[in-house]
Structures are given as C-alpha cells and as structure tokens.
Design a binder for this molecule. Sequence first.
Ligand SMILES: Cc1cc2nc3c(=O)[nH]c(=O)nc-3n(C[C@H](O)[C@H](O)[C@H](O)COP(=O)(O)OP(=O)(O)OC[C@H]3O[C@@H](n4cnc5c(N)ncnc54)[C@H](O)[C@@H]3O)c2cc1C
Length: 409
Amino acid sequence: MQEREVLIIGGGAAGFFTAINLAEANPDLKITILERGKEVLTKVRISGGGRCNVTHAEFIPKELSKNYPRGEKELLGPFHQFMTGDTIAWFDERGIELKTEEDGRMFPITDSSETIIDCFLAETERLNIEIKTGHSVQDIQQNNDRWLVKTSKRDFTADQLVMATGSNPKIWKLLEKLGHQIVQPVPSLFTFNIQDHRIKDLAGISTFAHIKILDEKLESDGPLLITHWGLSGPGILKLSAWGARILEARNYHFKIQVNWLDYTTAEEILEKIKRLKHKFAKQQLTTHAQFNLPKRLWLSLLKAAKFPEDQKWAELSNKQIHKLAQELTQCQLTVNGKSTFKEEFVTAGGVDLKEINFKTFESKLHPKLYLAGEILNIDAITGGFNFQNAWTGGFLAAQAIAKSVVNEN
Ligand SMILES: Cc1cc2nc3c(=O)[nH]c(=O)nc-3n(C[C@H](O)[C@H](O)[C@H](O)COP(=O)(O)OP(=O)(O)OC[C@H]3O[C@@H](n4cnc5c(N)ncnc54)[C@H](O)[C@@H]3O)c2cc1C
C-alpha cells in the first residue's frame, strides 16, 4: 500500500494540534508541518503574557460558543465533539495539569507556555511528524487529486492539505485564487485610547463597570482597568471584539458611556445619595469612598462634578446630587484611537465560514483541503477561547482526514 502524505501548512497552535491528533488516529500517515519561520509555536510562546491561557472553564457548548463574535453559530456543532473538558483531558493524558483562575481562564499549573510547547514538540517527535522550518509557502495547486505546494525552498506534494496559517494575508490571497472568499481582516481585542481628566493619574485602578458605545448597539460589562493611555480590561476587550468591524469603520473615534456602578440607574442612585446625605450629614464627601468604588476614582468623580474639597454631605444641593448621579452612572468619555492589548490579540476576518463543512473543517470548494484556527473568519473575546477554536478545529480536521484515508483504502 502506498504511503499517504499529509502536509500541514503552519507550525502554530492549530497546525500542531492537527498533526499530533492525526498521527495518533493513523500512525501510517506521513505527516509534515511546513513553517515559514525559524521557529514553531511562536504565538503559543508569547500567549497569555508567557503563561498560555490554554482554554476557558466553560463546559456547556452553547455558553462557550457565545464568546465568539465570529463563529458562534458554526462552532456550536464542533464544540459538541471537542471542547473544554476534552482539552483538559488531552493535556492531562500528556502529564500537563491545567488550573482555573477566578475569571475562568485556564493555564498550565507551571504558569509557563513552555510547558505546552515542550509537550507538542515531544509528541511530534514520538509520532515521527516531520517539522520543516524556513519553508514559506508561495503557491498551492491541486493536480490530479494531489496537492502541489511550492515553498521558498522546494516543492512538495500531498494527498491531503491542512491550512493552519493563522491570519496571514499571503495565504488568504492564495486561497482567493482557489476560489475562496476572504472576509476583510480587521483587528480585534484592543484597548481604548482616552485622554480625560476623570481618569488621568488613575492608572492601575480596576473596577467592575457597564460600558456602552454611544450611537451604536454595543454594550458590555466586566472588569475595567484604567491605564496610562485610557481604558483596558475584559469589559473593554469584549467591546473591541464584538465591535471590531463597526469601530474600524469609525476609525476608532467614538464616545462611550461608563456606568461605574454597573447596572444601577441614575434614578436608583439619586435615592441612595439622598440617604447618604442624611446618614453622613456632618462628614465630608471625600472622607470615605461610596458604592464600593476605589477611593481615587471616587475622589476624581467628585472633582469632575466640581464639588469643593470640603463639601459636606448635608450641604449637597439637588443640582449637585443630580450631577454626582450622572458622573457615577453616565460618565461620557471620548475614545481617540486604539492600542494593542499585549497579552492577547487576534484578527477578525478570514476564510468565509459558509465555505467550510464544520463537521470536518474541510473546504466545501476543494475536497482534501482542511482549514483550522485563525485562518477562518472566527475569533473570540479574550480568555482562552481563541486557542480553544484552534484545538477544536485541529482535532476535528484530524479525525476527518484519518477517516477519509481509511475509507479510500
Ligand atoms: C500576544 C498574543 C497572545 C495571545 N494569547 C492568547 C491566549 O493566552 N489564549 C488564547 O486563547 N489565545 C491567545 N492568542 C490568540 C492565539 O494565539 C491565536 O488565536 C492562535 O495562535 C491561532 O492559532 P493558529 O494556529 O490558527 O495560528 P498561529 O498560531 O498564528 O500559527 C500560524 C503559523 O503559520 C505560519 N505561517 C503563516 N504563513 C505561512 C506560510 N506562508 N508558509 C508557512 N507557514 C506560514 C506562521 O508563521 C505561524 O507559525 C494570543 C495572540 C497573541 C498575538
């Protein structure tokens, strides 16, 4: 029997996961990973601030899929086949224990992405998967049922081809040549640049807030982190992901409204302020922060409401009460530009999902062509979901290829 060859283009998360699972499912295949860089798994190395946020502790497929602004509908079926619990078990079987942080993010207990890289490299060696670095793929053609792949160094042929090149414009162009539609790429997961006296000098403060983008149907809640250049934190990153296209169309210039008290309304807070006015009548407003706000933020909002420093609760006028309620629940800030979130960033856009069979991750246009990971128009909010997409796609593509080869023989 002639040896079957599978080429995997891209030595990243999706490429390695596909290769390893494929070799396990069918040890007779000749599997080669082609990577353009000198090193493989470079994004895994820097991921999660060097700790690699492998997945997220969400175990219900429907709930997990809700974290994907692009891919929510399409990933639901695949998650019923391979999701968080399977990822945990997969690494556990290879001696890697994952731990869950308070916000649900899961990391190796070593807190080091090297643990994941070492595991993948050991597995590829054990399973005789060949890794060829320094091979930048330049062209792909399908001839007589076989794939011809031209790299910067030489030509390769294969029976099956897996594209796992992440967000790579050159590869998207090649796929366009093969007839695939590419949804225009735009950044996702970024922080907001804001120059405003209310948050100036408050860098490092974190609080839970509700944030709305004015004039758009975009809102989220979550921890919000004040930085030297504006706002960051999961609440902002969620907005950047769901609003990736809209915010790009606005050239990252827009207004947001922050409710520092989450969903409490201005009316509700008016009543609370009135009660505090009686309770703390003789005290100055600056003495204690209220509503569980960090003290520095509370003081800054009082200043923004133009309260004298020695203002006493008893002396609050109705106008001042309204002004304070407004600053607390409807604080409007102007965003001028975005910054890269260093712990994780992804691209929205990629191969149109209509052209993929999500049972197998095979192209509907070209049999024996599989695509997994960020090359597809799939991306998630921050928290380990982007890698979960790579693991799920890689695993299902591997199973499908292994099965199709058996059927052919
Ligand atoms: C700084 C940072 C931190 C992140 N942290 C996290 C995190 O903690 N958790 C999480 O879930 N997600 C994280 N992400 C997102 C996550 O890294 C990606 O979603 C994931 O790596 C996508 O995997 P992939 O295999 O599809 O693509 P990649 O990991 O990008 O791999 C693609 C590979 O293909 C190669 N390639 C490209 N073009 C060619 C070519 N022409 N020929 C040959 N090879 C080619 C590339 O060099 C690369 O090695 C982070 C992203 C960044 C940038």
